[in-house]
Design a protein around this ligand. Structure first.
Ligand code: SF4
Length: 321
């Protein structure tokens, strides 16, 4: 079945549903316009689909499940395996030959990283670059990633594990968030190879722009006296211990702090009587959604910078490892 540019395997979907007659279907934002197509397909196969109508983020995103749930589009997070939850990945089919455009730009030793729905071609990409004279490294998967070379917005460990062996990284994917995270985490040049547009772009300028924005958010929170420290309710985002550490750190520095809990962190938090927030949930919230909040929302690493516990030069992306 085609969902936008992506394919999902109908046989795999039916196999993963098994004997269930009613399932919850969770879709990332990019696929919600295909809800009725999926629902109709399942209906023809005698299955009632209940389309999950709240935002669904990554494979980290479930609270507690009593109905069989199928995540469409994502790769599972191995450490969160659950009998009631299945993943049907979406794939984008492409030829790795478009990487010829990056060959002259990168050094001899190249690190490769990617995301679903492009990761299935990472070994073909390695072979192609090797045939073009490169020495190519792919880092090992982690407890949160299913594939070698896979990165998440909260886990760049496959790339950081090989960073000292490579001159540059090639990130196969669309969008810049992961590439910027990769550049900050590895401190290497990252070339974004987008299989959909066929374009290659270096992400340095975007990285500098994002760092400026984050610096401004930290500056805006500098005089805040009272912080809300948010714990994510989604299973793969919950970091109580870190939240408690952040609360203690705030108090050691003479600031007040309270723990909060949220499933989806929205602009609703602006109504609480805190001056600023620290999100220990998905690291993307503070960064991707910055424009949605009136009050500053920091990552734990940014909060350490604000309190003088860390130098700005040691800025890092927050990761859940
Ligand atoms: S925590 Fe955020 S970045 Fe990590 S998998 Fe979940 S949604 Fe993606």
């Amino acid at each position: 079945m085609k969902l936008k540019y992506y394919e999902i395997d109908e046989d795999e979907l039916l196999k993963k549903i098994g004997d269930e007659k009613r399932v919850v279907i969770k879709l990332p934002e990019g696929f919600i316009n295909y809800s009725s197509k999926i629902s109709e397909f399942l209906s023809k196969n005698g299955i009632d689909a209940i389309i999950y109508a709240s935002p669904a983020y990554g494979a980290c995103d479930f609270v507690s499940v009593d109905k069989k749930t199928i995540f469409i589009g994502e790769a599972e997070m191995p450490y969160l395996k659950n009998k009631k939850i299945e993943f049907v990945e979406a794939r984008y089919e492409y030829e790795v030959k478009f990487l010829e455009k990056v060959v002259d730009s990168v050094g001899e030793k190249v690190g490769l990283a990617s995301i679903t729905p492009f990761i299935h071609k990472i070994n073909d990409a390695k072979k192609f670059l090797e045939e073009n004279g490169k020495i190519v490294y792919i880092g090992k998967k982690s407890r949160r990633t299913k594939y070698d070379g896979q990165v998440l917005g909260c886990d760049f460990s496959s790339a950081t594990s090989i960073a000292n062996m490579v001159d540059d990284f090639v990130f196969i994917g669309d969008g810049f968030f992961h590439a910027i995270g990769l550049a900050i985490a590895t401190r290497k040049n990252v070339f974004v190879a987008n299989p959909i547009s066929g374009e290659i772009k270096k992400c340095n300028e975007m990285k500098e722009k994002l760092l400026k924005q984050r610096y401004a958010v930290i500056a805006k929170a500098m005089d805040a006296k009272n912080f809300g420290i948010i714990v994510g309710e989604k299973k793969g985002q919950t970091r109580y211990r870190l939240a408690i550490e952040m609360k203690k750190l705030a108090e050691q520095h003479g600031r007040k702090a309270s723990l909060m809990m949220a499933n989806n962190i929205t602009s609703y938090i602006d109504y609480f009587d805190f001056d600023a927030f620290v999100s220990t949930a998905c690291p993307r919230v503070a960064i991707d959604d910055a424009m949605k909040f009136k009050k500053p929302v920091l990552t734990p690493i940014e909060f350490e910078i604000l309190l003088g516990e860390r130098e700005w030069n040691n800025y890092e992306f927050d990761q859940i490892l």
